[in-house]
Design a protein around this ligand. Structure first.
Ligand SMILES: Cc1cc2nc3c(=O)[nH]c(=O)nc-3n(C[C@H](O)[C@H](O)[C@H](O)COP(=O)(O)OP(=O)(O)OC[C@H]3O[C@@H](n4cnc5c(N)ncnc54)[C@H](O)[C@@H]3O)c2cc1C
Length: 428
């Protein structure tokens, strides 16, 4: 694994080992070539192999190196965008289809986990979107009303019930989404890779694609170790896309996000804090997320990078955790890591046509576990001839670098450090 403790932290260490893979060495021909071994690329590979297509995945580093091995592990149904705003943004036809597609996506994830017996700490007890103050409560009530109007299994918990489920009375209530859950994200990525290999896909790691050309009636991908020729292409690098199709990454503004994991909590603490093991996050703009892993560590996350500002975030995280859970005073963090979330202008993912039979979906806006899984599957079915492209409910967009991307990305990083810096010293 080329990852460091600062990139994949707890997830890199506690996930079952990946199956051995090697760099590409020689020239290979396949029906489909896929760039990137995250959820999108691996789900596409698995489904293409199930459909009898020969498929080659080329991964620059290791399985799950990008967002897939670093995230919080919340298997969410839908995006941040409110359902009604999504309908306004995409129109009622595509918007409705996208809401159904993403609303059902966690089921697809848990079905794959069951079918391939992927050991990834899967919990299907839902997620809690925790309301901060009256404004937060109004927001989760509105979100609940909009989802319930579509028949989704969501409910608002009042203050007392939320306090029981969270183990803290720090919130005014919470939206409990029964469709959702949590996983160990790196373990899910490695499990998808194992399943794809078992179905006959080939995966080459430490194999960066350096150049892609459409030549004749297919695609030619050049790496240091050899070339892949394929009739169809999926570029699945999302916010970590490197070298080729740079516009797929640069259309996204980078939101850094870190996680810190405590030492395992005591049985008494575990009986009080998230006793049903929902994953949780709150309604603040610089949000806080928290969840347990299988060993009983509390994984605490928020916006920010762990560069020179790491100490600020660490101080804030310890203080914020104890503010919500006073019984954790004295508990320390034993792992910390961070990654980059790619945000698009309208906070929605996009479908890109890169050329004849060449596709990408990118811009999951911090919601890529379930959406990446179902988008990879949809691209696989399209390439296999089972699904017309316009039945994938995503806007087809030409990617352009986001205006002032670097400035906006830097502002998010600095802004998060300032907010946490102020909150870490503010008297309560
Ligand atoms: C800290 C953090 C927290 C998050 N929390 C959540 C969460 O709780 N729930 C949720 O649903 N989502 C979350 N996300 C988002 C989620 O992780 C991503 O949306 C998801 O990983 C996207 O999957 P992907 O397969 O499209 O891309 P990635 O998982 O990023 O994988 C892309 C892969 O492509 C490879 N690659 C890039 N360029 C090349 C090249 N030229 N040649 C070969 N390989 C290449 C990269 O090395 C990488 O491994 C979070 C993300 C981060 C960073």
């Amino acid at each position: 694994m080329t990852a460091s403790t600062l990139t994949h932290g707890l997830w890199g260490r506690s996930a079952p080992a990946a199956r051995d893979t090697a760099p590409l060495d020689g020239d290979v021909q396949a029906d489909v070539a896929i760039i990137g071994a995250g959820y999108t690329g691996l789900s596409a590979a698995l489904h293409l192999a199930q459909l009898g297509r020969s498929v080659v995945v080329l991964e620059a580093r290791d399985i799950g190196f990008g967002g897939a091995g670093r995230n919080v592990g919340l298997v969410n149904a839908g995006m941040w965008v409110m359902p009604e705003d999504l309908l306004t943004a995409l129109g009622s036809d595509m918007g409705s289809r996208l809401l159904d597609f993403l609303g059902d996506a966690p089921r697809e994830v848990f079905d794959l986990i069951d079918r391939y017996a992927i050991p990834c700490e899967a919990q299907r007890t839902g997620t809690l979107h925790c309301a901060v103050g009256p404004k937060g409560l109004a927001e989760v009530r509105d979100r609940c009303r909009q989802w319930q109007a579509r028949g989704a299994a969501v409910e608002v918990l009042g203050k007392a019930e939320a306090a029981r489920k969270i183990g803290s009375d720090g919130y005014e209530g919470a939206l409990w989404d029964h469709r959702a859950g949590t996983i160990q994200p790196m373990a899910y990525a490695r499990g998808l890779a194992r399943a794809a290999l078992a179905e006959g896909a080939q995966i080459f790691t430490a194999t960066q694609v350096r150049d892609v050309q459409h030549v004749g009636d297919g695609w030619q991908l050049r790496t240091d170790g050899g070339t892949v020729r394929a009739g169809a292409l999926i570029a699945a690098g999302d916010a970590y896309m490197a070298r080729v199709f740079p516009e797929l990454a640069t259309q996204q503004v980078i939101l850094p996000y870190f996680n810190m994991a405590t030492t395992p909590l005591t049985p008494q603490q575990l009986s009080e804090i998230l006793p049903e093991k929902q994953g949780a996050w709150d309604t603040q703009e610089v949000l806080t997320s928290f969840r347990l892993d299988a060993a009983g560590r509390l994984v605490w996350g928020s916006v920010g990078a762990l560069g020179v500002e790491a100490g600020v975030h660490r101080a804030w995280a310890l203080r914020d955790m104890v503010r919500l859970f006073p019984q954790l005073r004295g508990v320390t963090f034993e792992h910390e890591w961070f990654g980059q979330i790619g945000m698009t202008a309208n906070n929605l993912p996009r479908l890109h046509v890169l050329g004849p039979n060449g596709f990408a979906v990118a811009g999951y806006n911090g919601r890529g576990i379930a959406p990446g899984t179902v988008c990879g599957k949809a691209l696989a079915h399209h390439i296999a001839g089972n699904l017309p492209l316009d039945e994938i409910p995503l806007p087809q967009v030409t990617a352009h670098p986001a205006p002032m991307r670097d400035i906006k990305s830097a502002a998010l990083r600095v802004g998060a450090a300032l907010v946490h810096g102020v909150n870490a010293v503010r008297p309560r």
